[in-house]
Design a protein around this ligand. Structure first.
Ligand code: C2E
Ligand code: CA
Ligand code: CA
Length: 766
């Protein structure tokens, strides 16, 4: 308590500190003065001399001491309360001057040594007051009080208190008195000047320090980085607003908490190592870690510690860290984006290749199989072009979901772009397993999808390559699956093919075909064969289907299955299809002009032709150009093309029907038409797909399908034709179930126009 009382190390910085300092000095002075009085009294007692003060004088001294005790108590402990009074500092200096004058008087005025206390009071004034003139004024007042005391004593106006060892004559020696007074005034002036200058310098310096501190605080308060100040054992002294915002705690909530409490478990050890390094004075390095906010969320930071030392011992620790959560998230997002497909969030080609390399290494070591399934959606471009990219995107997302539901977690489904997906199957047991999965995928993807209110259908072609069988290097495995996929497309889509080396030849051939296809139309390398359709009742020819042929200059005759999909992909199908239509219409009119019975000419249409905006106009134009009546034209559109986008198809079919054109649904039974759909289509004929007709007389299922289609046709008032009829057995069955028409080698193969002429002539005689 006492040591605290006499701790004089307080700063001159603020008024409070200065007043306390003065009050403490005053306590000390009082104690010393009391000791002095006690010593004097003791001296009088021992030397058997009378105490030189009268009772009246003792009373004045006693009252002065009580006054000074009281106001020093007030100044020391209740300064804030009296601070409101305007001249409180001046007042206490005045009281001090009065007290000093009384002390000087009691210690024998002119002979007293206590005049030095005036210097202390002037020093007090220079500490407490800022105005130089006021310091001078109070200094002068001290000098005047001392002078006044000497003068009053000299004139005997006040009685002297004579100490035993003092010559009383001293009070009446004018020169002595004058010199002493001048001496005190001179020293007082020096103290006033020096004190005022010193205090001004201290104040100035303090102001500069304060300003720089305020700037530092403002900097920390406005910093975006998280800044904290703590004791060497981690207890918080300060955290800036950025820290408070990021972690959700206010300054007042941090008592008892340490830095360690906010560090996430995993980062704790590393952070503490770094903290202790800083405490040892080692150079701090930056570290990354997670802080835990009051809401339990993690804040990713990057930062460092630095320690301040006093007398070689750690005094406090500063920490500064940057919230890098957003940066990390952006980095992770960037990484994710670089490795995944944006639309479906599936791994992209880059990630896929990486996984394939790893999977291959593992499969090699464990001597197991790997399979790569290359999928390409059939006629996806049509969905995009007719329904818009938004629907196309949704379809790709739905395909993604379905694919993921077909494979295990260890397998990888990836999108290579467009409508190409590649699946990596790890550790399939047998080739049969792979095939089973491929079939399952075909089935799953073939099921109708409802997208944006549209019921859509899409099929897929899958090419499969297998490790180690088909492997030489990683890219090869992908390339071979791709080649196999093209084979699947060429095989009529919606199927899967395993890669075999023969396919390389096909792939090469396909490349040659693709390049020569562009010139083939101009070079007049195409021609048309016609295959009759006949009525099962009386065998008369009802229509002639135009079937395209390509006579390649070097590769010879190329069947449509080998080039139609190529023509579709390259867009050549549009002018080529138009050429077929014009040729067929011209030919039909030619036969009519030869006087043959008027039969329809049936033209196969590709989905890519239908999706052209001006398609209907073009058909109308060709009819007008050639002069063929619409009722002698028939169009064959496959069920899959119609079902891919039924809404769109209904619209086109209606317009064609309005032109009197006969409409057939080709390859019927392979798609997903329902009775409900069929009712809405303005079709005339259903054409049962060859695949069902093949074994119609041998296989119960095929028979059932054919029978059902015929029954459905009857209900809907549609004519039904069976294609690919090759045997009498098939014919008998079809007749038995009342199929309307047939087409196939049994009656006639596709024939050139002149052969048709002969056939029609003989048919006429029927
Ligand atoms: P598709 O429309 O289903 O034509 C029937 C296919 O079956 C024709 O093959 C025909 O020659 C063949 N065929 C007819 N009777 C029999 C039979 O009794 N047994 C067997 N096994 N086959 C028979 P082709 O001429 O090779 O045509 C194949 C496909 O190419 C056609 O299938 C059609 O989808 C497409 N195609 C042909 N010409 C054109 C065309 O001008 N435009 C378009 N877009 N596609 C065409
Ligand atoms: Ca056809
Ligand atoms: Ca067909």
């Amino acid at each position: 308590m006492l040591s605290q009382l006499f701790n004089f190390t307080s700063s001159f910085a603020d008024v409070r500190d200065r007043t306390t300092l003065i009050a403490k000095a005053r306590w000390l002075l009082l104690i010393l003065a009391s000791l002095y009085a006690a010593c004097a009294a003791l001296f009088c007692l021992i030397s058997e001399q009378n105490i030189p003060t009268t009772p009246k004088q003792l009373t004045i001294i006693g009252l002065s001491v009580i006054t000074i005790l009281s106001y020093n108590i007030i100044y020391h402990f209740y300064y804030e309360t009296i601070l409101r009074l305007k001249y409180v500092d001046h007042f206490q200096i005045l009281l001090d001057l009065l007290f000093v004058t009384i002390l000087v008087y009691c210690s024998s005025s002119s002979a007293s040594w206590l005049w030095a206390l005036y210097l202390l009071v002037t020093l007090e004034a220079s500490i407490l007051l800022q105005n130089r003139n006021e310091i001078w004024l109070l200094g002068t007042l001290g000098g005047l009080m001392f002078g006044g005391l000497l003068l009053l004593g000299y004139l005997n106006i006040i009685p002297h208190i004579n100490l035993p060892f003092v010559d009383p004559e001293l009070h009446y020696k004018p020169l002595y008195l004058l010199l002493k007074w001048l001496w005190v005034c001179l020293l007082n002036a020096i103290v006033a000047i020096a004190g005022a200058a010193l205090m001004a310098a201290i104040r100035q310096e303090r102001k500069a320090v304060k300003k720089s501190e305020a700037e530092k605080v403002a900097f920390m308060e406005s910093a975006h980085d998280l800044i904290f100040h703590c004791t060497p054992d981690g207890k918080f002294l300060y955290v800036n607003p950025a820290w408070q915002n990021a972690l959700g705690y206010g300054l007042d909530e941090l008592s008892g908490k340490t830095v360690l409490d906010f560090i996430e478990e995993e980062s704790k050890n590393r952070c503490m190592d770094e903290f202790h390094r800083a405490l040892r004075g080692d150079k701090a390095s930056t570290l990354e870690g997670h802080l835990v906010s009051r809401y339990g969320t993690h804040v990713m930071v990057e930062g460092s510690f630095s320690c301040t030392f006093k007398n070689g011992r750690p005094e406090s620790m500063w920490g500064i860290c940057r919230d890098i959560t957003a940066r990390k998230e952006a980095q992770e997002q960037l990484h994710h984006m670089a490795h995944h497909d944006m639309l479906t969030d599936l791994p992209n080609r880059f990630t896929f290749t990486d996984r394939l390399i790893q999977a291959k290494a593992l499969a090699k070591r464990e001597k197991r199989l790997l399979a790569l399934l290359f999928l390409d959606l059939d006629r996806f471009k049509m969905v995009n072009d007719t329904l818009g990219h938004a629907v196309g995107d949704m379809m790709l997302q739905e395909v993604t979901n379905r694919l993921q539901s077909c494979v295990r977690e260890v397998d990888t489904v990836s999108r290579f772009g467009g409508d190409e997906f590649v699946i990596l199957l790890v550790n399939p047991e047998t080739i049969a397993d792979i095939e089973r999965l491929a079939q399952q995928i075909l089935k799953k993807l073939g099921q109708p999808m409802v997208i944006d209110g549209n019921e859509l259908f899409i099929t897929t072609s899958i090419g499969i390559s297998i490790f180690p069988n088909d492997d030489t290097n990683t890219n090869d495995l992908i390339k071979k699956a791709d080649i196999a996929m093209y084979q699947a497309k060429a095989n009529g889509r919606n199927n899967c093919q395993f890669y075999c080396p023969d396919m390389d030849m096909h792939a090469q051939r396909r490349l040659i075909l693709e390049t020569s296809l562009r010139k083939a139309l101009d070079n007049e390398e195409f021609y048309i064969l016609y295959q009759p359709k006949v009525d099962l009742q009386d065998n008369h020819v009802t229509a002639l289907e135009a079937l395209l042929r390509w006579q390649h200059p070097t590769l010879g005759l190329i069947p449509p299955n080998d080039f139609i999909s190529l023509a579709e992909e390259s867009g050549i199908i549009v002018p080529l299809g138009e050429w077929v239509l014009r040729e067929a219409c011209t030919q039909a009119l030619g036969w009519q002009r030869e006087g043959l019975p008027a039969v329809r000419v049936a033209v196969n249409l590709s989905g890519f032709q239908l999706e052209r905006k001006d398609f209907v106009e073009r058909v109308k134009g060709i009819l007008e150009e050639t002069g063929l009546d619409g009722k002698y034209l028939e169009v064959e559109i496959t069920e899959t093309v119609i079902m891919q986008n039924p809404e769109f198809a209904v619209n086109i079919l209606n317009q064609l029907r309005d032109m009197g054109i006969h409409i057939s649904i080709d390859d019927f039974g392979t798609g997903y038409s329902s009775l409900a759909h069929l009712k809405r289509f303005s079709v005339n004929t259903l054409k049962i797909d060859k695949s069902f007709v093949n074994d119609v007389d041998l296989n119960d299922t095929d028979a059932a399908i054919a029978t059902t289609i015929i029954a459905m046709g009857k209900i809907l008032n549609l004519s039904v034709i069976a294609e690919g009829v090759e045997t009498e057995g098939q014919l008998d069955f079809l007749k038995k179930v009342n199929c309307n028409e047939m087409q196939g080698y049994l009656f006639s193969e596709p024939l050139p126009a002149d052969k048709i002429l002969e056939l029609l002539l003989s048919n006429k005689q029927l």
